[in-house]
Structures are given as structure tokens and as C-alpha cells.
Design a protein around this ligand. Structure first.
Ligand SMILES: [Zn+2]
Length: 409
């Protein structure tokens, strides 16, 4: 058993009155963000002064007392304080070169409020926020301690979610001594080195087509018109639908992978996708980084190893049987025959099969020739390496001595 921090995000359904209240609060918080951001930028530009959230919270207190700004006092005070803290964090990230300069917020974009009090009814499975009352949720709350901070957000599609972090206990999954390479693709969700192709969610391509149509329609609508706003919502909902379905399928996939395999190898970044056009690339990259994100935390929770294979490794062009590397493989060539050993390869399966060999080589830090997989059957040396690595992942640390042993035995 080990304790990990897990984040939850649950769909919420505020009622009409709550939604109207929230819209006002989102507006107040947006006003505060934009105003203070303007003041900070101006102070720095004009007199080189770096204001902090503490300075601005004194201003906030004054504003609340100023005639014409009484609506600020109607918002739960902690939400506004958190807003200033978030801005501090945004500036810290900017100065540490982790992020871009903080941006002004727009009304149509996503909005969120952070509450410091989730209500004492939490233990009974109810989220009750200050001045807002209890919220209707899509699923029951997990049995965790009441979090210190709860975020209520509204995305561009107009859906509400509550999110929070909690400490939960996880137990390690059993060792399977199996290795897999995963090639994330566009036509298929993923291709495994076992030869299995995991299809995209049902109607996925149809939804993409619909999304494209709706987006084109949005581009034709007049700026600032009511019909444009309606269309913007429609596009945002279509996006949300595609994203949700993909997300669901990816979670199912990554959970299955960590259950069935000990060592999982993926490509660092898919350069093949670069040439497939802008739209394709965006969706592809999102899915790809999501697979990696999910696998990273699931592997660390359940005691498995995830290794990314160098992006310049020619996984598609190399024969997974005899390691012969083609000079060139066109993107539209889905199948090819190895000129040396005569094996007919499916492009994606071959690429996925190359990943474990290269990944194991990276993990063991040794030369390519030592780990050659001869004519289909894995060498016993490699099996041993897999065992050692799997045990290590479980014990939570990479034991170099064990690796050395495996290397020379
Ligand atoms: Zn070959």
C-alpha cells in the first residue's frame, strides 16, 4: 500500500438560481483578475514596481467599500483571495520561464472559482459551497477526507465541474513479466506490439467530420451576433464530446496496459504525424501526450515501468525481425516487405514491435547488438532483464546492481 495524491473532477449541475449567481461571481473574479493584471503590468512598465497579491488584496478591501463596487462584497471572500493568489502563481511561473505572460480573461472562455470551504456535509457525500448551497453532482463523492480547496469551473461548452485533490491509498498490481510497445495513431487509437490494434471510439470519425462542418459554419457567422454565440456553444460542445469519448477510450486503454504489462514502451513524440496536416497533428498530439500522462501516473501508482523511446529512433523503417533499416518509407505505405529477410510488415505493428527492443536497450544502457531479438524468439537474456526491471519497479527504486548482474550473467 502506498499513498498518492489523486485529483478528482466531477460534473456538477447547478440549478438556475445557482447558475445565475455563479455567472455574477465569475464576472467579479474576471473583473478582479483583469483589473489587477492591468495595474501590475502598468506599475511595472511605468515605474518598474513589482506588486504582489498582498498589495493588491489591500486594494481589494478598499474596492469593496467603494460606491459602485459593492457587488465585489457579494462574492465569497476566499474566492477573490484565491484569484489573487492564482495571479501570483501565474507571475511566478512567468518569471521562472515556465509559462507565458498572464493573459486577460474573456467572458466566453472557461471560468473557475476556488472555494476554501466545501461544507461539513462532505462526509455524507454532499458538496456545499459558501453562499451557494449544496450542488447536484453526476456521481457520488469518493470516500476521502474533506479537501482544503475545491474548484468549481465552467468550460467553454457551458459544463460545470467540481475538482479537488485528495490523498488516497493504492495497492501495487501483480507482476506479469510481460513487455509491450505502444504506437499511438490516428486511424487506430493505438497499436500494440502484440499485434493488436485498438480501434477508435465508435463514431469517432463521424464526430470529427461534424466538428469540422460546425467550425466552418462558425467562421461564417457575423462577429458579435447572437447566432455566432449560439454556434460557438455548438462547436464547443462538439469539441467536448470528441474529447470525452477519446478520453474515456484512453483511460480504458492505459488501465488495461498497466494491468497486463510490467514494462511499457512508447515513442517520445510522433514525428510521422508532423506531415499529416495541421488538424490531424493537433488531435494526434493531444492524444499522444494524454496517453503518456496517464501511463506516467498509473505506472507510478501501480509499480510498473514506462519508458519513452527516443523520437529519432526509426521505428517504422526498421524491420523488427532482422533490424534491417529502410532508406525511406512513404507515409502512405501501410505495408512493406523487408528486402533482407522477406517478412511482410504492417507499418504500425512493426513500429510498435521495435519499441520494446530499443526501450530495453535504453533501460539497460547497452549497445544495440547485445539485445538483438533473433527470428521471433526472445533471447533468455532479455527475459531476465524484464524480470529484474519488473521487480525493481515494484520495489520503487531502480537498483543498478541488479541491472549489472543481469547484464553479465
Ligand atoms: Zn527483415
Amino acid at each position: 500500500m502506498s499513498t498518492v495524491t489523486r485529483s478528482y473532477r466531477i460534473r456538477a449541475y447547478p440549478n438556475g438560481a445557482q447558475r445565475r449567481l455563479l455567472e455574477r461571481w465569475f464576472g467579479a473574479s474576471r473583473w478582479l483578475w483583469n483589473t489587477t493584471l492591468g495595474i501590475r503590468s502598468e506599475a511595472y512598465r511605468v515605474c518598474g514596481l513589482q506588486l504582489t497579491g498582498d498589495d493588491l488584496s489591500r486594494w481589494l478591501t478598499q474596492w469593496k467599500r467603494t460606491a459602485g463596487h459593492e457587488w465585489l462584497a457579494a462574492v465569497p471572500a476566499t474566492c477573490l483571495t484565491q484569484c489573487l493568489r492564482d495571479q501570483d502563481a501565474a507571475f511566478r511561473n512567468f518569471f521562472a520561464r515556465r509559462a507565458r505572460y498572464p493573459k486577460f480573461k474573456r467572458k466566453s472562455a472557461a471560468a473557475s472559482l476556488r472555494f476554501q470551504d466545501a461544507g461539513t456535509a462532505w462526509a455524507r457525500g454532499v458538496v456545499s459551497l459558501p453562499k451557494l448551497g449544496s450542488l447536484k453532482l453526476a456521481e457520488s463523492l469518493p470516500k476521502v477526507e474533506r479537501p482544503g480547496l475545491v474548484t468549481l469551473s465552467r468550460d467553454a461548452a457551458g459544463h460545470y465541474h467540481v475538482s479537488f485533490c485528495a490523498e488516497v491509498e493504492t495497492s501495487l498490481l501483480r507482476i506479469t513479466h510481460r513487455v509491450v510497445g505502444v504506437d499511438v495513431g490516428l486511424t487506430h487509437l493505438a497499436t500494440l506490439s502484440t499485434g493488436e490494434k485498438i480501434p477508435n471510439p465508435k463514431r469517432y470519425h463521424a464526430r470529427l467530420k461534424y466538428l469540422r462542418q460546425q467550425q466552418r459554419c462558425l467562421a461564417r457567422r457575423q462577429k458579435g451576433s447572437r447566432r455566432r454565440e449560439k454556434q460557438r456553444l455548438r462547436v464547443a460542445r462538439a469539441h467536448a464530446r470528441v474529447r470525452q469519448e477519446r478520453q474515456y477510450a484512453l483511460h480504458a486503454l492505459t488501465t488495461r496496459l498497466v494491468r497486463e504489462f510490467d514494462l511499457i514502451f512508447i515513442e517520445d513524440l510522433n514525428v510521422k504525424a508532423m506531415a499529416r496536416g495541421l488538424h490531424a497533428r493537433a488531435i494526434h498530439d493531444v492524444a499522444f501526450s494524454e496517453v503518456r500522462r496517464q501511463l506516467t501516473y498509473k505506472c507510478s501508482w501501480y509499480g510498473k515501468i514506462l519508458e519513452t523511446v527516443d523520437r529519432w529512433y526509426p521505428s517504422s523503417k526498421r524491420c523488427s525481425k532482422c533490424r534491417y533499416t529502410l532508406d525511406e518509407l512513404r507515409l502512405d505505405q501501410r505495408q512493406w516487405t523487408c528486402p533482407r529477410c522477406g517478412t511482410c510488415h504492417d507499418r504500425d505493428i512493426n513500429a510498435a514491435r521495435n519499441l520494446p527492443a530499443e526501450g530495453l536497450r535504453q533501460l539497460a544502457g547497452r549497445d544495440d547488438r547485445d539485445l538483438r531479438v533473433d527470428a521471433g524468439d526472445a533471447c533468455p537474456e532479455e527475459d531476465l532483464l524484464v524480470q529484474v526491471l519488473a521487480e525493481e519497479a515494484r520495489s520503487g527504486h531502480r537498483n543498478r546492481a541488479c541491472l549489472e548482474q543481469a547484464r553479465f550473467s
